[in-house]
Design a protein around this ligand. Structure first.
Ligand code: KG4
Ligand code: ZN
Length: 348
C-alpha cells in the first residue's frame, strides 16, 4: 500500500510516499528555519503563508522523487493536529481536496502518532507491549502502548516540554533558533559538572497511615521542567558577562540534567510496566546524549531499545505515512468532507 503523506503542523512543509508503513519511497521536507530564525521562533502567520506557497510543489516533488504518478497512490494521509491552526488548515485542505479530486481514501493522523510510528520506518520493528518516551517542542510524555493504536498516557509534563526547555535555554544563551541542536553542539565543548541544576522528582512525600507507619507512594512518572529553565536563568542573571566557555558549561550542565530527568522517569516506567520494548520519539529524540543514555539504560534493564533514524525524529511526512498505514488497519478511512484541523487534538 503506497500512502502519500502530508505534514504541515508547525514550520516544516513535508510530503512523502511510504510503502506498507516502513519503506520510504520519497521524503520531501521544506524547512522554514531561515524564515523564522530572524524572529527567534516560529511566527504562526508567516508559517501558514509559507505552507501555502510550498505544499503543492512539495507534493509534486514527493511523486517525482518516488518516480510515481497518482495511479500508484493508494491513499492520502495528513496531520490533523495538534499544531498551529493556520499551518494545519493548509495541510488538511490540501489533503482533502486531493482526496476528492484524485478519488483516494483519506487517513487523518495525530502528529504524536506520527512521531511514535517513526520507529516503524525500518527493517527492525518494535515489539508490543511497549513504552515510549515522546519528547518534542510541545509535548513530553511517557505512553504505554499495549498494541497498535492502543495508547495510554502514564506520565507527562506539568509545565514545559523538553524541546521547549531546550529552546528557552538557547534563547537565554543568545543561541539562534531552533535551540535543541545548537545547545547540544555547544555542550560538546562544556563541562557537565560545572553547574548543579535540579533533577526534579514529583513523587509525593511518604505519609503516616492511621497505624503510624510511613506509606511510600509510587514513584511519579510526571515531569516538571520549568524549574530547570529558571535555574539556568538565575545563573545567567547573576553573571555580568558570560564567556563562550561559560555558555558551553551551562549548555552541557543543562543538557545533562534534562537527560537525567527524562531517563529517571523512563526507568520508572519500564520497571512499572515491564514492556518488551522501549522506544524514543519526537524531535528531541535527535539529541545524541539522550539517545546514548537511554540505550545504555535499556541494556542494563534488559529491554529492547528503538529510536528513529535521525532524519525521522524532527517533523517530517514519512512518520505520518507510517502511522497512517497502521491506522487504516484499525479504523475506517476519514470522510474528506468532515475533516477539520484540530490544534488541540489529543492522543487516543
Ligand atoms: O517534533 P518536533 O520537530 O516538533 C514538534 O512537534 O514540536 O520537535 C522540535 C523540538 C524543538 O524544540 C527542538 O529544539 C528540539 O525538538 N530538537 C532537539 C534536537 N533537535 C531538535 N532538542 C535537543 N537536541 C537536538 N538535537
Ligand atoms: Zn513534531
Amino acid at each position: 500500500m503506497n500512502i502519500l503523506a502530508i505534514e504541515t503542523s508547525c514550520d516544516e512543509t513535508a510530503a512523502a510516499i511510504v510503502k506498507d508503513g516502513r519503506e520510504v519511497l520519497s521524503n520531501v521536507v521544506a524547512s522554514q528555519i531561515d524564515i523564522h530564525a530572524k524572529y527567534g521562533g516560529v511566527v504562526p502567520e508567516v508559517a501558514a503563508r509559507a505552507h501555502v506557497q510550498t505544499i503543492i510543489p512539495a507534493v509534486k516533488e514527493s511523486l517525482s522523487e518516488a518516480k510515481m504518478s497518482w495511479e500508484d497512490i493508494d491513499a492520502i494521509a495528513v496531520t490533523q493536529g495538534p499544531g498551529l491552526v493556520g499551518s494545519l488548515i493548509v495541510g488538511t485542505e490540501t489533503a482533502r481536496t486531493l482526496s476528492i479530486l484524485k478519488n483516494k481514501p483519506l487517513i487523518a493522523v495525530n502528529h504524536l502518532e506520527g512521531h511514535i510510528y517513526a520507529n516503524w520506518v525500518s527493517t527492525k520493528q518494535p515489539q508490543f507491549p511497549l513504552v515510549t518516551l515522546l519528547v518534542s517542542g510541545g509535548h513530553t510524555m511517557l505512553i504505554e502502548v499495549e498494541n497498535h493504536y492502543n495508547f495510554k498516557i502514564v506520565g507527562q509534563t506539568r509545565d514545559d516540554a523538553a524541546g521547549e526547555a531546550f529552546d528557552k535555554v538557547a534563547a537565554l544563551l543568545a543561541l539562534p533558533y531552533p535551540g535543541g541542536p545548537n545547545i547540544s553542539n555547544l555542550a560538546k565543548k562544556g563541562d557537565v559538572n560545572k553547574y548543579k541544576f535540579p533533577v526534579v522528582d514529583l513523587t509525593p512525600e511518604p505519609k503516616r497511615n492511621s497505624e503510624g507507619f510511613l506509606e511510600y507512594p509510587d514513584p511519579s512518572l510526571d515531569f516538571s521542567l520549568s524549574g530547570l529553565k529558571t535555574a539556568v536563568l538565575n545563573v545567567v542573571k547573576q553573571s555580568k558577562s558570560l564567556s563562550e566557555q561559560d555558555k558551553a558549561n551551562i549548555a552541557a550542565s543543562f543538557q545533562k540534567t534534562l537527560v537525567d530527568t527524562l531517563s529517571q522517569n523512563s526507568q520508572r516506567a519500564i520497571e512499572k510496566y515491564a514492556p518488551k520494548s522501549f522506544i524514543l520519539s519526537g524531535g528531541v529524540a535527535a539529541n545524541q546524549k539522550l539517545r546514548e543514555k537511554l540505550q545504555e539504560m535499556c541494556k542494563e534493564l534488559n529491554v529492547n531499545f528503538y529510536m528513529p533514524d535521525l532524519k525521522y525524529c524532527t517533523d517530517n511526512a514519512v512518520m505520518i505515512g507510517a502511522a497512517a498505514y497502521y491506522k487504516q488497519k484499525e479504523f475506517d478511512f476519514t470522510e474528506p468532507k468532515s475533516l477539520t484541523p484540530n490544534p488541540n487534538l489529543k492522543l487516543a
